[in-house]
Design a protein around this ligand. Structure first.
Ligand SMILES: NC(=O)C1=CN([C@@H]2O[C@H](COP(=O)(O)OP(=O)(O)OC[C@H]3O[C@@H](n4cnc5c(N)ncnc54)[C@H](O)[C@@H]3O)[C@@H](O)[C@H]2O)C=CC1
Ligand SMILES: O=C(O)CCC(=O)C(=O)O
Length: 526
């Protein structure tokens, strides 16, 4: 049975799902060296934001197949190292969207009405109504930095509260922003015009210290800033100075450059600042959502299925994945087949999406084809995560083409591999929803389902040849499950496809090639 380590607190709903397929150990608050010393035992690691999954931890996780982040941000996982080692990294892109958006709104209102300090003062026994006069958000301008999932929900709620919305997000179209009711502006204009700024962007080299002394200086003197995205997007020293000097009047911060927050100038600021300990996702609902979302993906990957929200496998949204899963299986099978037919070192893989398949996204099919192609060389070391990198490192060029006009089946996939030993091509289709059929080998039409052990011969179509091959296989005690000949013209060249019950014994291929009329023979294990 597989083993999963859960190293941050996650909802029981997630543990229950993992327990269906694995032994689950929950060990929280581990020091990095403790994690390094035990991670080698585990097939999967499930975390929240508390565990930093460093390069060293990943390298020590020699059995790891998947790291699941129960949340959005994967900045606490060294994703390039995971990718390099073929480890899938998954997250829950939407499970805590509402929670984080509502926290940002709560922070904005709490700042505007001084709720934390008013509450503390009443609890101290005071009744001070003058100090805590607030401001309304109605008709004020909210500048949203990052108009993704959380930013968009913040926009919807803020609009309903009567706020004017500006947004800065270089990766979103004006039309999309308008749909959400936001005017897209550049960062400087947003800083100059907003009464409130709320951050909903990932931490990247471009966004690190995006809010710095220079930008804070451009903000209105009565402006407030909210960060429920990631620590480090705001320069904390610059923010502390801007608040102390009265350059801006308020900040509400949920995420910090270093967490848990240690010594910090931010702690010394009074009622102008609200600090929460990374609570954006901490709602009962969000924790159930992210735990289920990520646990299901870990379960699937441990069962050999692809994950729906892998951050290091591009282009696999849940809908796309559901539709393409059977085609990925087809691509992988064809990749294995053409790789073994080509033998030797493959230098070029041509992938053609045909018929209805031509309208689909190709990236997952390319990845699955490469995974199949490299299987012979790398076995279980190659997976959906590292197939593209491994192919690149081996100098395999990939050319993708589409031909919607090929209509012999509703959709088919054609792979052609060229290597130091020649070129081979295979075509396959799905019958029904998921039954794979091979429809062409090296230009010869066939119609056979793939099987674990297969033999292909290139021969002259002439009487007696099938019988001779059958007797030869029988003399080696190899049982033929099915056989089919594909030819273009009668008595011309032909391909024989045999499904065998057993693997071919060593040395038999050389004997097969000696049969008069047989020019070549290939054995394939799928
Ligand atoms: N405080 C907490 O507990 C939580 C924090 N988060 C954080 O909130 C942030 C936003 O999450 P989502 O909305 O789910 O992500 P998302 O991916 O849906 O949206 C992010 C948006 O930022 C934009 N963006 C990227 N680089 C940018 C740049 N340089 N300048 C301006 N915009 C840029 C993108 O185009 C995208 O629209 C993430 O950092 C995530 O980790 C998410 C959940 C909980
Ligand atoms: O796990 C948490 O509570 C933090 C969530 C978060 O920051 C995220 O999902 O990006």
């Amino acid at each position: 049975m597989s083993k999963v380590l859960v190293s941050d607190p996650i909802d029981q709903a997630g543990i229950d799902i993992l327990s269906q397929v694995a032994t689950v150990d929950v060990k929280t608050n581990l020091k990095p060296e403790e994690l390094i010393s035990i991670i080698g035992e585990y097939d999967a690691l499930m975390i929240r934001s508390g565990t930093r999954v460093t390069q060293e931890i990943i390298e020590a996780g020699t059995n790891l197949k998947i790291i699941g982040r129960a949340g959005v941000g994967v900045d606490n996982v060294h994703v390039p190292t995971a990718t390099r080692h073929g480890i899938v990294v998954v997250n829950s892109p939407e499970g805590n969207t509402i929670a984080a958006a509502e926290h940002a709104i709560a922070m904005m209102l709490a700042l505007s009405r001084h709720i934390p300090d008013a509450n503390a003062s009443v609890k101290r026994g005071e009744w001070d109504r003058k100090t805590f006069v607030g401001t309304e958000v109605y008709k004020k301008t909210l500048g949203i930095v990052g108009l993704g999932k959380i930013g968009s929900h913040v926009a919807a709620v803020a609009k309903a509260m009567g706020m004017k919305l500006l947004a800065f997000d270089p990766f979103i179209s004006t039309e999309r922003a308008e749909q959400i009711g936001c005017q897209l502006v550049d960062m400087d204009l947003l800083a100059q015009q907003a009464d409130y700024i709320t951050l909903h962007i990932p931490k990247t080299p471009e966004t690190t210290h995006l809010i710095n002394a220079e930008l804070l200086a451009k903000m209105k003197p009565n402006a407030r800033i909210i960060n429920c995205a990631r620590g480090g997007i705001i320069d904390e020293d610059a923010l502390a100075n801007a608040l102390k000097s009265g350059q801006i009047i308020g900040a509400a911060i949920d995420v910090f450059e270093s967490e848990p927050l240690g010594e910090s100038k931010l702690r010394d600021i009074g009622k102008e600042i609200i600090l929460t300990p990374h609570l954006g996702a901490s709602t009962a609902e969000a924790q159930v959502n992210v735990a289920i979302d990520v646990a299901e993906q870990i379960r699937d990957v441990l069962l050999g299925l692809p994950a729906r929200s892998a951050v290091n496998i591009p282009g696999l949204g849940p809908d796309v994945l559901e539709e393409l899963k059977p085609y990925m299986q087809l691509a992988e099978t064809l990749g294995k087949l053409v790789g073994q037919l080509a033998g030797g070192r493959v230098e070029l893989l041509n992938i053609r999406l045909q018929g209805e398949l031509a309208t689909n996204t190709s990236q997952p099919l390319v990845i699955a084809s490469l995974k199949g192609l490299l299987h012979q060389a790398l076995r279980e070391r190659v997976n959906y995560v590292n197939a593209s990198i491994e192919a690149k490192e081996r100098g395999i060029r990939v050319i993708e083409t589409r031909d919607a006009s090929i209509r012999d089946y509703s959709g088919s996939l054609h792979l052609e591999a060229t290597g130091n030993l020649g070129t081979h091509a295979v075509t396959g289709v799905l019958l029904g929803d998921s039954e794979i059929h091979l429809t062409n080998i090296d230009g010869f039409p066939i119609n056979v389902p793939p099987s674990q052990h297969m033999l292909f011969t290139l021969h002259r179509d002439m009487p007696g040849i099938i019988g001779k091959l059958g007797s030869l296989l029988g003399s080696f005690n190899v049982n033929i499950a099915s056989m089919q000949v594909g030819r273009k013209i009668v008595r011309g060249d032909a391909v024989m496809t045999l499904s065998l019950d057993d693997p071919l014994p060593d040395g038999i291929l050389a004997e097969i090639i000696k049969v008069p009329g047989i020019r070549d023979a290939y054995t394939v294990t799928l």
